[in-house]
Design a protein around this ligand. Structure first.
Ligand SMILES: [Zn+2]
Length: 342
């Protein structure tokens, strides 16, 4: 019997890699793959490579490109889903680009665009413990992205320009951020920031185990260097990790005080640290929220879908009705209205 099921392709653009995947009508990820982002290359070259790669990935899953009903793209930026344009992507250096139009030059198919963290939030909120809840999903990688599901919808802000918690000020006149502002939460809490903090500490502590972790080469420091050395008892690495967690907890506590989500989910590359990160983070964030000790800190969990949340959420953009630009003001149903992908 001929298989007439529909499939949806998702592309998750990150600062260092671009991930591809295909999901079926039951939101199951059938295949995923990633390639280096090659940021800095011309926009047109990157988009052509994306279109070529997503077709190859679908073919490798045994799905002809004619069975793909749509392609969703998660971009680490402010996007306009209605026009399909990227408004501003600080970590990619993209500004006012017609991503949808450029993609469709290579593959004429329905294309959907959303902020990457919103995609992750959408995927995480559709099943599992976060289903039906007002949930805040924080994605920590090259940046500090956030997606907020309120009353079953992606919170887009009043003028559809999104939710950018990474660019709220954490330190007055602090570190320069890639967005052009100073002291942004992202400039202290992203993996990029963690790498900077690790290098700074290593310069002062020449005997730290962190030097062995990165083969004695500051250029090879990554987001795991300090965590690996700290787990082995290195004091300087322990300080890097402790300070980093304090920054992340302050960023999250601000969001909890503002929106009082019923659950906080941490995704992105940093979530691989699991409870070594989450345990102190829960404690620290819980002490920083408004009315700490009176109002509870919402449960803080690792992303259920891990790094796949972004791809799955992007793919689901083609399978769920578009979210409105403004969320209903209170009293709305808390059931996920975009729950049925079929
Ligand atoms: Zn910023």
């Amino acid at each position: 019997m001929e298989n007439t099921n529909k499939y949806y392709a998702g592309i998750d653009i990150g600062g260092t890699k671009i991930a591809f995947g295909v999901v079926d009508e039951n939101r199951k990820l059938l295949i995923s793959r990633s390639i280096p982002a090659g940021a800095g290359r011309p926009f047109e070259v990157i988009v052509k490579e994306m279109a070529d790669t997503v077709k190859i990935v679908a073919a490798d899953a045994g799905i002809g490109s004619d069975r793909i009903a749509g392609v969703g793209i998660g971009v680490p930026s402010t996007v306009d889903p209605k026009t399909g344009r990227v408004v501003f992507a600080n970590n990619l250096g993209w500004r006012d680009l017609d991503l949808t139009g450029e993609f469709r030059k290579h593959w004429d198919i329905p294309v959907y665009l959303e902020n990457d963290a919103d995609c992750a939030a959408l995927a995480e909120s559709m099943e599992g413990p976060a289903a039906g809840k007002n949930v805040l999903v924080i994605t920590i990688g090259t940046g500090f992205g956030g997606g907020l599901i309120l009353n079953g919808r992606i919170f887009k802000g009043g003028d559809n320009s999104g939710f950018e918690p990474g660019h709220s000020a954490l330190v007055f006149e602090g570190e320069h951020c890639t967005c052009g502002l100073r002291g942004c939460t992202e400039a202290y809490t992203s993996v990029t920031a963690l790498i900077r903090q690790t290098r700074e500490k290593m310069e002062v502590h020449r005997d730290s185990l962190m030097w062995r972790e990165c083969g004695g080469d500051l250029e090879k420091v990554d987001g795991k260097t300090s965590f690996c050395a700290a787990k082995k008892g290195d004091a300087a690495a322990g300080e890097v990790v402790r300070d980093y967690i304090e920054y992340v907890s302050a960023g999250i506590a601000n969001l909890v005080s503002l929106f009082r989500p019923q659950m906080v989910i941490i995704g992105g590359a940093i979530s691989a640290e699991g409870d070594y990160l989450l345990e102190p983070l829960r404690k620290s964030a819980g002490s920083r929220i408004y009315a700490a000790g009176i109002l509870p800190m919402p449960p803080l969990q690792k992303a259920r879908l891990g790094n796949d949340a972004g791809i799955i959420g992007a793919a689901l953009l083609g399978a769920v009705p578009p979210s409105p630009s403004v969320t209903p003001a209170g009293g709305g149903s808390t059931a996920p209205e975009m729950g049925n992908a079929g």
